[in-house]
Design a protein around this ligand. Structure first.
Ligand code: NIG
Ligand code: FE
Length: 435
């Protein structure tokens, strides 16, 4: 058993004895302890309290450590016992690591030439006509061996971990063929097996129609239902199923057909809805009991009402709206209507080539007028619930995984989204270990 004590924490953030999904006004309630300590046992959170109330035993060890140190001339307080590691937070904040519930982390290459074409004025349709978009990523993926895909995804995952992400959902969807989709899902399974982060896999075979099925939608849906889903279920390759429900992609009826087949294999829907239009995706997702409906750039009063009255989480992806120069998601209207919302990065080469959750949180405050407390809850606890990890991650709760962010010394919690371009992360702990 290994014990660690984090001490000199200016503020321990999102401290809860029990955790539940937060909706409406509850999202602004972010319980914190000022001047705190946090005790970890192995990979788990064990207990916490105020520095003033640090148990005598621990205080004694810290003092012993301090006097030993003063002999050696070092000024940092340390715990001497080999079985107990003291970690001085030096006045930084300690938060649960980010829970990024929507990413396309596995892809075969970047698409910055499309980005430059967009700057020069080409439209989404023109870029698609030039062979860009999702089909561009699908061609690159088809030509990339599984091992190379794994290596590039692994490096991205390491980068995101350094940026504070401590749990992640990853989608397929650039395969668009039986072989391609299975290849992506097997890469995600390897990431699951080799990473210390909790990883959830989502099958997004219905990301777009491959060119050869453009006029034969039922043909591609048959491929998904009859050839992909049975293998995915047999090999346990996915936790969730996703469809891009959007004009020009999958209609609500097609979405329902695919999700119903997925549900038959126990795959709960988490879908792309209302990114570009009032696509009917929110209503379809809610009706089928989706865990989350994601994007939501385009919402009406009616769709907000439907979502608020449901158990489905609305996942907002502000960096995708930012990158595509689209209106930001109506976070305030959603929260005020009583919806449960999460924040995620949508990391992908086409619409959000960044998985930096610090930026997602800042952008949510700056552009969507979320309070810092709301944004942090939405990017931690509600993000955890949006990937079925609400009892494992997303808050400082005894028994949860010790996946944590220690910040540099900052004047307050609000400073994190306020100083949006700065690197404010001092250290990240995964399973209680500094990475
Ligand atoms: O979530 N909207 C659909 N899918 C991705 C973008 C896919 C791409 O352009 O590669 C998204 O934004
Ligand atoms: Fe996405």
């Amino acid at each position: 058993m290994s014990s660690r004590l984090l001490y000199n924490i200016r503020q321990l953030v999102n401290v809860r004895m029990e955790s539940a999904l937060l909706r409406g006004p509850a999202l602004a309630d972010l319980p914190c302890i000022d001047h705190a300590w946090l005790h970890l046992e192995d990979d788990r959170i064990f207990s916490f309290g105020k520095m003033d109330d640090l148990p005598e035993e621990w205080r004694h060890r810290l003092k012993a450590g301090a006097s030993e140190q003063s002999h050696s001339g070092e000024d940092q307080v340390r715990v001497p016992e080999p079985d107990v590691e003291g970690i001085d937070a030096r006045g930084g904040l300690v938060l649960p690591a980010w829970c990024d519930s929507h990413t396309h982390l596995v892809f075969a290459g970047s698409r910055e030439s499309e980005f430059v074409d967009k700057i020069k004025g080409l439209s989404y349709a023109e870029i698609n006509a030039k062979g860009g978009g999702i089909l561009n990523s699908a061609r690159k993926l088809a030509a990339t061996p599984e091992g190379d895909l794994f290596k590039s995804a692994w490096l991205r995952l390491q980068e995101l971990t350094r940026l504070g992400t401590g749990a992640i959902e990853i989608k397929s969807g650039y395969g668009l063929s039986v072989d391609g989709e299975l290849k992506m899902l097997r890469v995600i399974r390897q990431l699951k097996e080799r990473s210390a982060l909790p990883v959830k896999a989502t099958f997004l075979g219905a990301h777009t129609y491959p060119a050869e099925y453009r006029d034969n939608h039922q043909g591609y849906i048959r491929l998904i239902v009859e050839e992909m889903l049975p293998v995915i279920a047999e090999e346990g390759l996915a936790d969730y199923i996703d469809v891009f429900c959007e004009h020009g992609f999958f209609s609500p009826a097609e979405t329902e057909q695919i999700l119903t087949a997925g549900l038959g294999y126990g795959l709960i829907p988490k879908i792309h809805a209302n990114q570009l239009n009032l696509s009917g995706g929110v209503e379809t997702g809610v009706r089928l009991g989706a865990l989350s409906v994601d994007h939501l750039e385009t919402m009406s009063e009616e769709t907000i009402r439907v979502l608020a009255a449901s158990h489905t989480i609305g996942t907002l992806l502000p960096t995708a709206a930012f990158f595509l120069r689209m209106p930001f998601q109506p976070a305030r209207a959603l929260i005020d209507a009583g919806c449960a919302i999460a924040l995620a990065s949508d990391f992908n080469p086409g619409s959000s080539p960044s998985g930096n959750m610090n930026l997602v949180v800042a952008m949510s405050c700056i552009q969507m007028k979320m309070l810092p407390e709301e944004a942090i809850n939405a990017a931690t606890l509600n993000g955890a619930f949006a990937m079925g990890l609400g009892n494992q991650c997303g808050s400082i709760t005894p028994g949860k995984k010790a996946n944590l962010i220690i910040t540099k010394p900052v004047p307050s919690l609000a400073y994190l989204p306020y100083a949006f371009g700065s690197d404010l992360i001092e250290a990240v702990l995964i399973d209680g270990q500094k990475i």
